[in-house]
Write a protein that binds this ligand. Structure first.
Ligand code: GLC
Length: 750
């Protein structure tokens, strides 16, 4: 009996002890053993309508430590966090700031839902890479992906979870300051670059070294009328599907977590409230399961556009269309509970949106460790490292495009006597950076002057300002430049635009080189010394006059932290330029939009433009000064033996091959480009469409055969409803080193 009692006591004690050890079960949403969807379901069930509205509210942040703590505005935002009225901040950066706010969200709110921190890491966080338009000119997709992964690693180490990149807007209009943010004028290449950037930024999102990507600006914002920022867009459905939508879809297919509405209209409806764009296409046709965030204030702009009577009406229309998070309009937080209570929005619609915000907070592990991205040791060890700067240098070197090089003015021989370096931008570091400098510091960058001094030796470089910061000049500046040139063997002059005129809200109607800079060029040309122009700009400028005043032109774009070292490597021939422009350079502003993949029109103008009553200008050529895909090397390449099958069917592929020979004295890289033309179709097709490229390396004298395969997808297009069309008929295929100088053959799709 005693034994039995002892056993019963033992069992009771063990159960008691066991019961003591097993913690009380916390709420299911905090249980990492459950699936994310199970945790979301539990959390939604616990949330009030006001708390749900809070998750869809994204505010601009700033700093919340130090003196800012006393700032009434900032205090009000902190209070909103305490009241669970903020789901995300943008522009709060750095471990200290993000941790400070995250602590309030996690420890001082009822449910402890963490905040998502977002920032415009467009081309680097601290180590600044070339602008996206420049890196796209490298045609080096692995490097483009690497650039994005370095930027993501730095951003993630600085407490950030989300960047508003890649921008996937196709644009033919360099008057628009934001062409710097995209991948140029070609849709097919834009798709490839978009996917590479998403992969680089996001990885598989589970190592705290990557961030949520954001596909923007959805959709067709690059068509902004007359290149004016925030302008209107009027686009046909066939152009929308064939030219503008594919890069957004490529980014979505690459797994992009978020999409950002654009400011513009499509079909007369603001993108943020556009059910066709957001619900029919993005969510239903493309099966996008991620988060849609508005652009800054674009919920409110639905009223300004004239599509809603007031903020409440705008909120309803935006959410009904399928948009979800409100950046800085503060309308969701104000009207959503009311709209649901009045039956104008359903809780299902609200839960659908909130669940997508919560999904990424769970996915990033922020419920397990809200400070997973906020480690100060990791932050200082990850930013601006030698390895990161090495990648930035590689990216900068391969982004530059050599547009002209008469009589091999470049590369500069290292045994040169003196080099005259002229131009305010050669020394001014702040002018080397664009609007999206993120947390980069201009004074940490290498200027062109510093780069040349370290490459050639400071004693060999004579610098003269040439023109002022505002690009004006005067007799003194010009005479100083000429005297610097008089003692030199070669003249390098940096002209173009300050980087500060590149980026959002930087539209320009005049793209000519500033008069002051032209005056300096003219004076330098008179010296009879070779003049090499370096163009600092975030967009193609009109270089028609520059072309006649110089021996060589190197388009440097905006190259970021390693500008000076990259430029020096190219000028000295330590790197043979391999870039090919991804945007056409207009002959004149009046030509814009000018792009390679245009339609033929019913009256195409022959090359020599002498045809009366054809589609031409009487005062300038139709062709751009430099076409899409163009870029010189220090060597030359010859294309021959284009070989392609004569017929292909809808079920087969068409092999295409060509031989490329390096016929010059330098080893070099060449971007071999493959274009097609569909001669007859139910929707007229462009005279050329890029459908493939290979970036190859050839030693001097070496020949390689380059192979391509054209697939049925390459030969298809979309109708106005986004249905894929593949139609039999005649095609042409073109291969060459740019979109103009190509060899061609024909084949038939049967
Ligand atoms: C801006 C831009 C958008 C950016 C956002 C946040 O207005 O249009 O590209 O990501 O606001 O800064």
């Amino acid at each position: 009996m005693l034994k039995k009692i002892a056993i019963v006591c033992l069992l009771a004690c063990s159960q008691f002890v066991f019961a003591q050890k097993k913690p009380a079960p916390g709420p299911a949403y905090k249980n990492a053993k459950l699936t994310i969807n199970q945790r979301i379901a539990d959390l939604l069930h616990r949330m009030t309508l006001e708390e749900k509205a809070g998750q869809l509210n994204q505010l601009n942040g700033g700093v919340f430590t130090g003196p800012a703590v006393n700032d009434a505005n900032q205090q009000a935002k902190v209070q909103m966090v305490r009241e669970s009225k903020v789901g995300s901040f943008l522009n709060v950066t750095g471990v200290k700031e993000t941790r400070n706010i995250q602590k309030v969200a996690v420890e001082e709110t009822r449910l402890g839902i963490p905040i998502l921190f977002a920032f415009d890491v467009i081309h680097g966080y601290k180590t600044i890479f070339p602008i996206p338009l420049a890196e796209a000119c490298s045609w080096d997709l692995p490097q483009i992906e690497k650039n994005a992964s370095v930027a993501a690693r730095e951003a993630a180490a600085a407490g950030l979870h989300w960047t508003f990149a890649p921008m996937c807007d196709i644009s033919n209009d360099p008057r628009w300051g934001r062409v710097m943010e995209g991948a140029g004028e070609d849709t097919w290449y834009g798709e490839k670059v978009a996917a590479a950037r998403v992969k680089g930024l996001q990885g598989d999102l589970d190592d705290a070294n990557h961030v949520l990507a954001c596909v923007k600006h959805y959709a067709a914002y690059g068509l902004s009328e007359a290149g004016r920022e925030y302008g209107n867009v009027d686009v046909s459905r066939s152009a929308l599907w064939n030219k503008y939508l594919p890069p957004y879809k490529a980014a979505v297919d690459a797994g992009a977590a978020t999409v950002m509405n654009s400011f513009n209209l499509v079909d007369g409806v603001p993108a943020t409230a556009n059910k066709y764009l957001v619900d029919d296409v993005l969510k239903k046709k493309w099966n996008f399961k991620g988060l849609v965030v508005s652009d800054w204030g674009s919920f409110g702009e639905i009223v300004t556009h004239g599509y809603a009577e007031d903020g409440k009406d705008a909120t309803r229309k935006a959410l009904e269309a399928g948009s979800m998070m409100d950046m800085e309009s503060k309308l969701i937080i104000q009207y959503l509970p009311q709209l649901v209570k009045e039956g104008k929005l359903t809780m299902k619609q609200v839960d659908e949106a909130v669940s997508r915000v919560l999904y990424y907070k769970f996915k990033l592990g922020l419920f397990e460790d809200p400070y997973r991205f906020s480690d100060e040791a990791r932050e200082s060890a990850s930013l601006f490292t030698t390895a990161n700067r090495t990648e930035a240098l590689k990216a900068a070197r391969s982004s530059m495009v050599l547009l002209k090089n008469d009589a091999n003015a470049l590369p500069l021989k290292k045994q040169l006597g003196k080099i005259a370096l002229i131009g305010h931008y050669a020394k001014s570091k702040e002018d080397m950076f664009d609007f999206w400098i993120a947390n980069g510091k201009a004074d940490e960058a290498v200027s062109v002057l510093e780069g040349l001094q370290s490459k050639f030796g400071a004693s060999k470089i004579t610098f003269a300002e040439g023109y002022n910061a505002d690009a004006t000049t005067n007799e003194k500046l010009i005479s100083d430049a000429v005297s610097a040139a008089s003692g030199a063997d070669a003249i390098v002059v940096v002209i173009g635009l300050s980087g500060k005129l590149s980026g959002e809200e930087r539209s320009l109607a005049n793209l000519n080189i500033a008069e002051g800079q032209v005056q300096v060029l003219k004076a330098l040309q008179k010296t009879g010394k070779p003049v090499i122009a370096l163009i600092n700009s975030g967009r193609p400028l009109v270089l028609t006059q520059v072309k006649d005043l110089t021996n060589a032109i190197l388009q440097c774009w905006i190259l970021g932290t390693e500008t000076g070292n990259a430029v020096a490597d190219v000028l000295a021939g330590d790197y043979n330029p391999s870039g090919k422009t991804v945007m056409s350079f207009p002959y004149a502003v009046g030509q814009i939009p000018v792009y390679y993949n245009h339609i033929n029109t019913g009256r195409p103008t022959p090359e020599k433009r002498d045809g009366p009553f054809t589609s031409r200008y009487r005062d300038i050529p139709n062709a751009p000064l430099y076409p899409f895909g163009f870029g010189l090397s220090y060597t030359t390449f010859e294309y021959a033996n284009l070989n392609c099958g004569k017929t292909v069917t809808k079920q087969t592929q068409l092999p295409v091959s060509i031989t490329v020979k390096n016929t010059g004295a330098y080893d070099g890289e060449e971007v071999v480009q493959l274009y097609i033309r569909d001669m007859t179709a139910s929707i007229v097709r462009p005279v050329k469409e890029l459908k493939g490229f290979r970036k190859i390396f050839l030693k001097a004298g070496e020949t390689k055969t380059v192979d391509f395969v054209l697939t049925p997808k390459d030969l298809s297009f979309f109708d106005g409803e986004g249905n894929v069309k593949l139609e039999t008929g005649k095609f042409k295929v073109f291969v060459g080193g740019d979109s103009k100088n190509t060899v061609e053959a024909s084949f038939e799709l049967k």
